[in-house]
Design a binder for this molecule. Structure first.
Ligand code: UD1
Ligand code: MG
Length: 470
């Protein structure tokens, strides 16, 4: 059986007080609307229609499409948001009739919905129900549509908060979750029958319940309130994100990842079994951490790969970089975009790299900047080595051969190359290429003046005393 999902995401989201469409606000590194779509796809949905409004259409498509490269999301534009019934009607308009047998309806602002819950909902698909609607028992039902049932327990209708007429109705705590599964042709017919004759002058999707129930079997499916939370403001956004982060941590723990404290791990991050992630760590974007890697306290890794057994020591920052197996980074290192650190290479404290390729076993251990550079196998850059890659207008490339040794406090003025096995003396400013195996030394020769220290100090002391007097 082929199933489509319609995701309602055309509301204005005014309570976010934001120019960004509500459903594009991020939780755990992904926009809100990503989550219900991902859950639907994981549950076997093949066609996805997202209902947007004309003002948000382009922005939502631009953010969502790259997140689902294998899915052809269809965007249905609801010209003016006139209610959930109108939204689903717009969605159905983008779905050729008969293409699917069942339609699942979800809200774009409810990211906690689990795949298992949708699978349960779809479990009903074999039954002859024309409509299943999810409901839950709300601790505080205020604001939700109440499920009004007959004396025999049949759901009769959904009554919105503003349309409630009696205290009896207000006390009903079984509420509509806003998640539905319906037979496609029957849903299409029912949507033609709804009107906007209610307190909000809106087309309520919930009005399909009595229309369908009059001729077909319908039924409820009870869900867990914890999964139903929707986001209307920034407080709820924060609460939902905390729940997601905790869920993500549990997922990795179950897979054999060690977590110390509460590292913050985005939804798109992959971590192999045996890795160890310490407290204060933030893993963002599509970061991947291989088995037995160790991400130490306070490190931030964004959209980077960390190889097997690599150790990222405390308080390092990695962005769009790749770290090979057994490499060691930090503490307090900064790998900027395009850094490629091969196996067993070392990047030490207060070292910054950018578009730098450190080949196997290369070392930059202290206080250096390495930008637009290739550093050969086993080469060693001494403390305070600076690659001068920028002349104020253009960036230039530096190449250091395998087994080269760059003495401390040297500068390499790009474009320049140091041949394999060459030796650059401490404090050298390398302005032209150093051939293979050569020694490059460029500094003023030292001269010692015997006894001159006392003489100099006496003179300086007298000058200081003179200055104090005046
Ligand atoms: C809706 C239900 C209510 C249920 C609640 C659960 C109706 C009439 N009411 O109420 O029974 O308890 O959800 O959270 O359906 N949207 C559009 N276009 C529109 C209007 C809304 O796309 O014209 C989208 C919104 O962006 C949102 C979703 O539909 O994602 C729900 O709309 P919202 O206004 O939040 O409905 P509720 O009043 O919460
Ligand atoms: Mg709502």
């Amino acid at each position: 059986m082929k199933i489509a999902a319609i995701i309602m995401a055309a509301g204005h989201g005014t309570r976010m007080k934001s120019s960004l469409p509500k459903v594009l606000h991020s939780v755990a590194g992904r926009p809100l609307v990503y989550f219900p779509i991902a859950a639907a796809v994981a549950a076997g949905v093949e066609e996805v229609v997202v209902v947007v409004n004309p003002a948000t259409h382009d922005q939502i498509a631009a953010r969502l499409d790259p997140l689902f490269p294998d899915l052809n999301i269809v965007y249905a534009v609801q010209q003016t948001p006139q209610g959930t019934g109108d939204a689903v009607k717009a969605g159905m308009g983008a779905l050729p009739s008969g293409l699917v047998q069942k339609v699942m309806i979800l809200s774009g602002d409810a990211p906690l919905l689990r795949v298992a819950t949708l699978l349960e909902l779809l479990g009903d698909e074999e039954s002859d129900r024309a409509l299943t609607l999810m409901s839950f028992h709300a601790q505080n039902p205020f604001g939700y549509g109440r499920v009004v049932r007959s004396s025999s327990g049949q759901p009769l209708e959904i009554r919105e908060e503003r349309d409630l007429v009696s205290d009896e109705e207000r006390k009903i705590n079984e509420v509509n979750a806003g998640i539905y599964l319906a037979t496609e042709s029957i849903l299409r017919d029912a949507l033609e029958g709804i009107s906007s004759n209610n307190a909000q002058n809106e087309y309520y999707l919930t009005d399909i319940l009595p229309l369908i129930a009059a001729r077909h079997p319908v039924g409820p499916a009870l869900a867990d309130e914890a999964e139903m939370a929707g986001v209307n403001d920034r407080q709820q956004l924060r609460e939902v994100e905390e729940i997601l982060f905790e869920r993500i941590r549990r997922h990795h723990l179950k897979n054999g990842v060690s977590l110390i404290g509460s590292p913050q791990i985005d939804a798109g991050v992959r971590i192999d079994a045996g890795a160890r992630i310490e407290s204060g760590v933030v893993l963002r974007g599509d970061t991947a951490v291989a088995s037995d890697a160790w991400i130490d306290v306070g490190t931030v890794v964004d959209s980077s790969e960390v190889g097997e057994r690599a150790h990222i020591k405390p308080y390092s920052v990695l962005n769009q970089s790749v770290v090979g197996p057994d490499a060691q980074i930090g503490p307090m290192a900064h790998l900027r975009p395009g850094s490629l650190i091969d196996a067993r290479a070392k990047v030490g404290n207060f070292v910054e790299t950018k578009k730098a390729h450190l080949k196997e076993g290369a070392k930059v251990n202290h206080l250096s900047y390495v930008g637009d550079a290739e550093v050969g196998e086993r080469a060693n850059l001494g403390a305070g080595t600076i690659v001068c890659n920028y002349d104020g207008f253009l960036k230039h490339q530096t190449t250091i051969g395998p087994d080269a040794f760059i003495g401390s406090a040297s500068q390499l003025i790009a474009p320049v190359s140091v041949g394999s096995g060459a030796y650059v003396a401490t404090g050298t400013t390398v302005a032209s290429d150093v051939p293979e195996d050569a020694l490059a030394i460029a500094r003023v020769r030292q001269s010692n003046k015997a006894g001159y220290a006392t003489q100099l100090k006496t003179r300086l002391q007298a000058a200081a005393a003179e200055k104090k007097k005046s």
